[in-house]
Design a protein around this ligand. Structure first.
Ligand code: C5P
Length: 471
């Protein structure tokens, strides 16, 4: 078809076309071409999938308007050959697949074999005149529900972590708002390298999910260790999970309780004992849990922060009020105790303001211990949440003290952080966390409190999925 003349357009439509073309900086002709192209691409994504040359009889042939779409970005590693099977596994699940191959990937899997399995053209070039005349990489980034990067090589992860966009794959990854799932694959030493782990932590904090790598034999002779790409079935399963969660959120149907802020322990009606907790971390966790679809109750001591939208707020002052509010909120699936609860309160808080009397001795405050809310809830015989998570604000021996606290308070995880004045954590916007569980210690990089929240929520969603608990 060389050209197309469209007649009988009414004036209103013509005007709309002219305006649209002008605002996109195109000629009217190019704009029409673009509209037709988008419609055709859309139809291609929604149309019945042709049986693949590999004779995958089990692949569902009809794709409906609510077909889920995955953009598979194939990186340049030996494991790229496994992505041919991954495409079949995704299509078996009724998922429409588009593919981008990086330059390096084309040494391991050819565009021809990938396109034969996908049943459509594949994309390789950021400066492809056919697909880029209308900024096609933005379309690829937009028209997908999920991006899977497999194999996610060390180099591709480094580029992503640093926001590079010098080829089609990285430009699309930077331009997308879709969830990204990484399936890393590399030599075990490359995987263990601090730079890779730093990049990985950055990507996870930015919201990427990771499947694998697994432990086992590597492609190189006599090489063994962690670095094998997850199997296609595992990756397809993870993709399916995120596609489902993308609609509802990974904490959909989960009840999440979070404590936040300091407590104020009265000395008399106008004075109190407090601490420097700002509530920023606890409030940020509540917001992240809500964004992920959780049914969130935030029980907070006095803070100067706005209530996170969509959460149920309960505002309290003292530790004992906080404990009562927590107990009334049970049962929940997950309880996260981020509040800096005062360890002691004044034994006999005065009902009247203490008066300074000249010639009299300075009053002495007798302190009694407050209830430990975390330990109380973690030790419950009934209605104990599936996951009880505490924080350990320490100024020295952070991990050792956190481990001791985990055992003493019978909670499941402790997020330990250094709150010595030079750390700037108290009241600041950054935090450096070590996640201590009975079986593992995981050091997270220094990052914003929001990034800590998103990492924590991902870990919680993974743990609940692993437990396979009903919602
Ligand atoms: O013992 P420590 O105060 O370091 O423990 C910190 C953890 O215990 C935090 O998760 C905090 O919210 C919780 N905690 C509590 N009730 C207390 C003291 C601490 O829930 N009275």
């Amino acid at each position: 078809m060389a050209s197309l003349t469209v007649r009988q357009l009414d004036e209103r439509l013509k005007k709309q076309l002219r305006l649209r073309a002008a605002s996109n900086g195109r000629s009217v002709e190019d704009e029409v071409r673009n509209i037709l192209r988008e419609a055709a691409e859309c139809a291609e994504m929604r149309a019945p999938v042709a049986p693949t040359p590999s004779g995958a009889g089990a692949i569902r042939s009809m794709v409906t308007a609510d077909t889920r779409r995955v953009l598979l970005i194939i990186g340049g590693g030996i494991a790229a050959y496994k992505t041919l099977d991954l495409i079949r596994r995704l299509k078996e699940r009724g998922i429409a697949v588009r593919c981008i191959l990086t330059n390096a990937a084309q040494h391991f899997a050819t565009p021809l074999s990938v396109s034969a399995l996908v049943g459509a053209r594949v994309y390789t070039d950021l400066f492809d005149p056919v697909s880029e005349f209308d900024v096609g990489h933005i379309r690829l980034a937009r028209e997908t529900d999920l991006i899977v990067v497999a194999p996610a090589t060390a180099d591709l992860m480094a580029k992503m972590a640093n926001g590079h966009a010098d080829d089609l794959a990285t430009a699309v990854l930077l331009a997308t708002t879709a969830k990204i799932v990484l399936a890393p694959a590399m030599n075990p030493h490359m995987w263990a390298n601090k730079a890779t782990q730093r990049n990985l932590a950055r990507l996870v904090a930015d919201g990427a999910a990771v499947v694998g790598p697994n432990e086992g034999e590597m492609a190189e002779a006599e090489s063994q260790g962690v670095g094998r790409m997850a199997e296609p079935l595992e990756i397809a399963g993870a993709a399916e999970k995120f596609l489902t969660a993308g609609i509802a959120g990974r904490l959909q149907g989960r009840r999440i309780l979070i404590t936040s802020g300091p407590t104020h322990e009265p000395i008399d009606p106008v004075r109190y004992i407090a601490n420097r907790s700002s509530g920023k971390q606890g409030h940020s966790i509540a917001a992240a849990a809500e964004t992920e679809g959780g049914n969130v109750t935030l029980i907070s001591g006095p803070v100067n922060l706005p209530d996170p939208p969509g959460v149920k707020m309960i505002k309290v002052e003292s530790a004992r009020e906080m404990l009562r509010a927590v107990e009334r909120t049970l049962p929940v699936d997950v309880a996260i105790f981020a509040a800096a609860v005062a360890d002691w309160r004044v034994a006999n808080a005065g009902h009247h303001k203490l008066k300074k009397q000249f010639g009299h001795a300075t009053p002495e405050l007798a302190l009694v211990e407050n209830p430990d809310i975390l330990a109380t809830i973690a030790g419950r015989k009934t209605q104990r949440p599936k996951l009880v998570i505490g924080f350990a604000a320490e100024t020295e021996n952070v991990v050792a003290n956190a481990k001791a606290k985990l055992a003493r308070k019978h909670c499941d995880w402790i997020l330990a952080n250094d709150v010595s004045p030079q750390s700037g954590v108290m009241g600041g916007d950054h935090n450096t966390i070590t996640l201590v569980r009975a079986s593992s210690v995981e050091a997270w990089p220094p990052q914003s409190k929001d990034a800590v929240s998103s990492m924590l929520i991902t870990r919680i969603a993974d743990a609940l999925d692993e437990k396979g608990e009903n919602r």
